[in-house]
Design a protein around this ligand. Structure first.
Ligand code: SAM
Length: 261
């Protein structure tokens, strides 16, 4: 981990393996809405381990994944290799590094990453990089560790709280758009035809996936646990083994807020 890796330093392998994608429905929606085809260039800002850039690359001419965390980009590269995709380019950089040197795009996506950025400034800069009619899309899903409602999720959180002092509160579902509506922000920057779409998603988590998801979170990273990482992991596995479920269900929604230049 280097100082530049930011809040996800040390999580990268877990992030790549255990953070789910957004599902076919959300990506098909973007493909249809913005007429993506072999001539389209897509920018995925805060691309992480490529959960959006790699599947989208199958439907466009070129996808550019940009992220300040170099180790995360290496994971994204591996995902692209495993998928046999060669039309991806990886750029180390953050929202502050958006510039005309990246070229023009037909779509810019940000998945689970927009809240880390200077939001208005980022939308303004992206607008400058988009071709007329091109889209900006902010994708998100429920972070179950603090916002889920399942009993098994309470158990994971409660155990982590025994080890870590600075966990964010487990609030259950929060409409984070209520105070700071991103669709209104997108519109106020000058994008037209703004839409907020939601897609129901059901997931089943195994014990390994639950453990890996916990270590993929910036505030629950292996570095935060330090020498107690192994102790936490074995206690978590034990606690999950004592539960009645064999796999752990999650019913959630993927949201896509998008607008057109
Ligand atoms: C939760 S991950 C999301 C990764 C991926 N987009 C996804 O949907 O799973 C957040 C990513 O945002 C990146 N990030 C953090 N601050 C950023 C910034 N200011 N500009 C761009 N990306 C940033 C992190 O390095 C991390 O890879």
């Amino acid at each position: 981990m280097s100082d530049d890796d930011g809040p996800f330093g040390g999580t990268e392998e877990y992030y790549a393996k255990h953070r789910p994608g957004y599902g076919d429905a959300a990506l098909s929606y973007l493909r249809e809405r913005f007429d993506l085809d072999g001539d389209t260039r897509v920018l995925d800002l805060g691309c992480g381990a490529g959960q959006i850039a790699v599947p989208l690359a199958a439907h466009v001419g070129e996808a550019v994944g940009m992220d300040p965390n170099e180790a995360m980009l290496r994971q994204a590269e591996r995902r692209a290799e495993a998928a046999g995709r060669e039309n991806l380019t990886w750029v180390i950089g953050s929202d502050a590094d958006l510039s005309g040197e990246l070229g023009g795009f037909g779509l810019a996506t940000m998945g689970r990453s927009f809240h880390w950025m200077d939001e208005r400034e980022t939308l303004e800069r992206l607008r400058g990089l988009l071709e007329p009619g091109g889209g900006v899309a902010i994708l998100d899903d429920e972070e179950w560790f603090t916002r889920g409602t399942e009993g098994w999720q309470d158990a994971v959180y409660d155990l982590a709280a025994e080890y870590l002092d600075e966990l964010p509160e487990r609030t259950g579902p929060v409409d984070h758009s209520a105070e700071d509506p991103w669709d209104e922000l997108v519109e106020s920057v000058g994008f037209d035809d703004v839409e907020a779409a939601t897609f129901a998603v059901e997931r089943e988590w195994t014990v390994d996936a639950v453990v890996g998801y916990a270590f993929s979170l910036s505030y629950c990273s292996p570095d935060r646990f330090g020498e107690e990482k192994a102790a936490f992991e074995s206690a978590l596995r034990e606690r999950l083994a004592q539960r009645p479920e064999e796999t752990f269900p999650q019913r959630t929604e993927v949201t896509v807020i998008s607008g057109r230049r």
